[in-house]
Design a protein around this ligand. Structure first.
Ligand code: BES
Ligand code: MN
Ligand code: ZN
Length: 496
């Protein structure tokens, strides 16, 4: 995305559109910052009056300025009161304006830096670049109509363009480009986004952004003893892969390990899912997509950390070679698993990936997975569940999530739940009795993380995919977890 920073007032800057953030409180709407001059003030006043700013998704609106202002249009977008930090809510308003601007074919957007922004001017610049880029995104891989203009030419106005602010904008633009590229991959159907295709894209991003990528194919996985991952993939012609992404810029610090469930399509296997809505299950690779975006961003921004990402990639299909319910496999760490339900496959691929992660002696392990439908019952589409073995880690992740606009909410992992996954025929079985589904998933994973390693499991099944477009983004993959983990890593946590 093209951007520039300008010391001029946003109200005196030429562009196709000027964003006017709107604050709605106590039944009244007002511009977040005072319009510059009487004409601007009257235009904003009149537009605010004509529209209803109450309700969950009020606005945005676009009005022409008919040559009365340097900007050809004003886009009024409400700063939504709900969800996430004030900084994030501002970013979402920028995204909303960019999305409307794009649909109206407005090519350039000017946004003023708010005063007293939390995170300072650099924080505001980052929010503006990220919002403008994400809001203008459109998934057009398969659409026949011409794609049209992409992200707008952005002017960040009302602030002196210091080197530090330019760096903030450049970093945010790099981050936004990565999120866009990975979101494109995450939106691809199972036919295109096979485990090998994802491995190929990981290699390409590794070269481009400066990290390493190792891909373990089926033969390597057999040598490594990853029979839980192999069991999930054996019903598909598209063989499983374990993809290991390594970025090192933190000296001798232990690495952080990020593990992502990367099921390229989840049919359920022999425990076949119902047909209705099954197309949604191309999103079952979302955990791995967030991990890829996070490692690539850490590398692109040269964060002073060590991080390893592990993507456990397989396609869960009911082919002739598929795992049968009742089959027993030995996972890489030696634990035997009775696979009572082949649709509880995420925990199987993660089992082997977690044991590979543990071998790195990491300072912490965080896994992301679209693991259970039950998390949607518990939290709906407004938060991901976080579980694990380390209170402090969970708290830090929750704080990062607030800042990133990706909320987490905790669930317990008490030992009582572990009863449910006992098997009469193996060390473990892969399902419980149907109660506490999200916790049972976590309790299963815990068996593959050695005690003493801080570990958090984030179940993103309710938040990784938007069924419908909204004012600030299109339908499809949200990459939930990526911004959260980037925020968390950027805060320098954890060290050790
Ligand atoms: N990928 C699904 C999780 C899922 C299910 C997300 C439905 C969204 C909607 C996962 O692999 C799965 O199938 N989980 C099962 C587990 C059960 C068999 C213990 C589920 O949640 O139904
Ligand atoms: Mn499943
Ligand atoms: Zn799944």
């Amino acid at each position: 995305m093209k951007w520039k920073i300008s010391g001029a007032s946003p109200w005196r800057t030429k562009a196709d559109a000027l964003l006017v953030p709107v604050v709605y409180a106590g039944g009244k709407a007002r511009p977040a910052a005072g319009p510059d001059g009487p004409i601007a003030a009257r235009m904003v006043e009149a537009t605010l009056k004509r529209h209803d700013w109450a309700g969950e998704s009020a606005g945005p609106v676009c009005v022409p300025t008919w040559g009365q202002l340097p900007a050809a249009h004003l886009i009024l977008a409400r700063i939504d009161g709900a969800g996430g930090s004030p900084g994030f809510r501002f970013e979402r308003a920028v995204a909303t304006a960019a999305r409307l601007g794009r649909s109206l074919k407005l090519r350039s957007l000017v946004v003023g830096v708010p005063d007293a922004f939390d995170g300072g001017n650099a924080g505001a610049v980052r929010r503006i670049v990220r919002g403008a880029s994400a809001g203008a995104e459109r998934f057009d891989v398969f659409t026949s109509a011409p794609a049209g203009a992409g992200a707008p030419d952005l002017t960040i106005a009302g602030v002196r363009p210091t080197a530090a602010l330019r760096r903030a904008a450049g970093d945010a633009a790099r981050e936004a480009e990565i999120l866009r590229d990975v979101r494109r991959l995450a939106n691809l159907p199972g036919r295109e986004a096979t485990p090998e295709a994802i491995a190929r894209e990981c290699r390409r991003m590794a070269r481009r952004h400066g990290f390493s990528c190792r891909v373990h194919d089926r033969a390597a996985l057999e040598r490594m003893g990853c029979r839980a991952l192999l069991a999930v993939g054996q019903g598909s012609r598209n063989e499983p892969r374990m993809i290991v992404l390594e970025y090192r810029n933190g000296g001798r610090a232990k690495p952080v390990a990020l593990v992502g469930k990367t099921i390229t399509f989840d049919s359920g296997g022999i425990s076949l899912k119902p047909g209705k809505g099954m197309e949604w299950m191309r999103y079952d690779k979302s955990g791995g997509m967030a991990v890829l975006a996070t490692v690539a961003t850490a590398a692109a921004l040269r964060l002073p950390i060590n991080v390893t990402g592990i993507l456990a990639a397989a396609e869960n299909m009911p082919g002739g070679g598929a795992t049968r319910p009742g089959d027993i496999v030995r996972a890489r760490n030696g634990t035997t698993i009775e696979i009572q339900n082949t649709d509880a496959e995420g925990r199987l691929v993660l089992a082997d990936a977690l044991s590979v992660a543990a071998d790195l002696k990491p300072s912490a392990i965080v896994d992301l997975a679209t693991l259970t439908g039950a998390v949607i019952v518990a939290l709906g589409h407004h938060a991901a569940a976080v579980l694990g073995t380390d209170e402090a880690l969970g708290a830090r992740l929750r704080e990062a999530g607030e800042a990133a606009g990706e909320r987490l909410w905790p669930l317990p992992l008490w030992p009582e739940y572990e009863q449910q996954i006992r098997s009469d025929f193996a060390d473990l079985r892969n399902i419980g009795d149907g109660s506490a589904g999200t916790i049972i998933g976590g309790a299963f994973l815990k068996r593959f993380v050695p005690g003493g390693v801080p570990w958090a499991h984030i179940d993103i099944a309710g938040t990784a995919w938007d069924e419908k477009p909204s004012a600030h983004r299109g339908a499809g993959a949200t990459l939930v977890g990526a911004r959260l983990l980037i925020e968390w890593l950027g805060r320098g946590a954890p060290t050790g």
